[in-house]
Ligand binder design. Structure first.
Ligand code: ZN
Length: 151
């Protein structure tokens, strides 16, 4: 009986969970829709591949916040391409039963814990690499499932 109760509690943590604001200047987590470089929704076409995350609007240089209480689990290498070095950074996060990554963020720290709404880093200069794009933080679940339901 005890096991059943524990399992239900775990399931309920991420069910109905909503991420708080990710980026200063975007209090409603407005999503990237369409621009000359593509679309921001999960599953959008990227040439022969599909977009495996959700893009949340974030102007270059903006402060990025923890969307839930999280543990910082190290830096993300986003690209191998040296031409994209200016935005080649992100952070691995874990919390509330979720494992996810934020791309294009220069993290303040890469370990420890941060509460929802606290600063975790700065949005990198995406316009330098993709001129005219809607600058954004890319949110990707570790299992590559659709993160849209958390927004
Ligand atoms: Zn993306």
């Amino acid at each position: 009986m005890r096991h059943v109760v524990v399992l239900l509690a775990v399931l309920c943590v991420c069910d109905g969970l909503t991420f708080g604001p990710l980026c200063s200047g975007n209090p409603t987590n407005k999503r990237r829709t369409s621009d000359n470089w593509g679309r921001g929704e999960y599953g959008a076409r990227r040439g022969s591949r599909l977009h495996q995350g959700l893009d949340i609007v974030c102007n270059d240089g903006s402060v990025v916040y923890a969307p839930i209480d999280v543990t910082l689990n190290g830096k993300v290498i986003v690209y191998n391409d040296p031409k994209k070095a200016a935005i080649n950074s992100g952070i691995n996060l874990q919390g509330e039963g979720l494992c996810f990554k934020l791309f294009y963020v220069q993290p303040d720290r890469t370990s420890g814990t941060v509460r929802k709404g606290q600063r975790i880093g700065v949005m990198l200069p995406m316009q330098e690499v993709y001129p005219g794009i809607t600058s954004h933080v890319h949110v990707q679940m570790c299992d590559r499932s659709d993160p849209t339901k958390y927004f």
